[in-house]
Design a binder for this molecule. Structure first.
Ligand code: PEP
Length: 252
């Protein structure tokens, strides 16, 4: 019997955008999903940490999960300004992004730190969305697979399963730039990650591999149709419900 493809996930990363008033967009998104536009994928929003609870409450019973954008690698303690995975879970969230390239760059996060954060997420029973991706210079030097392979090997902990770990391939040069790799380039990296996960985990075929980097309504269907792409991590186009619904339409 052939294994079924993983159920896709489309997650919106609001980054450091949004105010309380932005939750209006959540109402519009929920209404759009309820009004016959329910996509055949899981939907998630990842707002800044101070908005997590308000967003979770605002969503109510709508089919939208809430995730955080980062967590600390330790469960609690003297880490001013940081947020624990345990608190994120306590607020009703189900996932946390770890190792986003902006955190790797802005906060010097290493693969080892990302791995420790993923473990922290799992202790709190959260799904960890581990981000990997090469810079433009690395791609131009022909090193994209080597870099991504190393990040996956070093940021994804042993013992994880398709149920608690998602990998997001986000080429750094495609984030927020309006530029995207070709379908062939994305397919090459995703099948490479898939093989790596299958070599390492018995359910490697079932891990969700998201593509991220300038996904928008106009290119979502094409990008989501690439083999081994099981959804998207969306930045800018997740801020407005209309745009995000346009991306979700790739799964209707
Ligand atoms: C992101 O930062 O995860 C991202 C993919 O951003 P954008 O969609 O804006 O390129």
């Amino acid at each position: 019997m052939q294994a079924q493809d993983p159920r896709p996930l489309v997650a919106g990363n609001w980054k450091m955008n949004g105010l309380l008033s932005s939750l209006e967009e959540v109402d519009k998104l929920a209404a759009g999903i309820a009004n016959g536009a329910r996509p055949a994928c899981d939907v998630m929003l990842c707002p800044p940490a101070p908005l997590l609870l308000a967003m979770r409450e605002r969503i109510g019973e709508a089919a939208i999960a809430v995730g955080a954008q980062d967590c600390h690698m330790q469960d609690s303690g003297a880490h001013t300004g940081d947020v624990s995975a345990a608190l994120i879970a306590d607020l009703g969230c189900t996932a946390v992004i770890v190792g986003h390239s902006e955190r790797r760059t802005d906060h010097g996060e290493t693969d080892a730190m990302v791995l420790a954060k993923a473990l922290s997420a799992h202790r709190a029973e959260l799904t960890a969305i581990v981000c990997v991706g090469e810079t433009e210079a690395e791609r131009d030097a022909g090193k994209a697979l080597e870099i991504v392979g190393h990040q996956v090997a070093s940021s994804v902990p042993d013992g994880v399963t398709a149920a608690n770990l998602v990998v997001a391939y986000e080429p750094v040069w495609a984030i927020g730039t309006g530029r995207t790799p070709t379908a062939e380039e994305i397919g090459e990296v995703h099948s490479f990650i898939r093989r790596q996960l299958m070599d390492r985990f018995s359910d490697g075929e079932q891990f969700r591999l998201l593509y991220g980097g300038s996904v928008k309504p106009a290119n979502a269907a094409e990008l989501m149709a690439v083999s081994n792409v099981d959804g998207a991590l969306v930045g800018g186009a997740s801020l407005k419900a209309e745009d995000f619904l346009g991306i979700l339409a790739a799964y209707r």
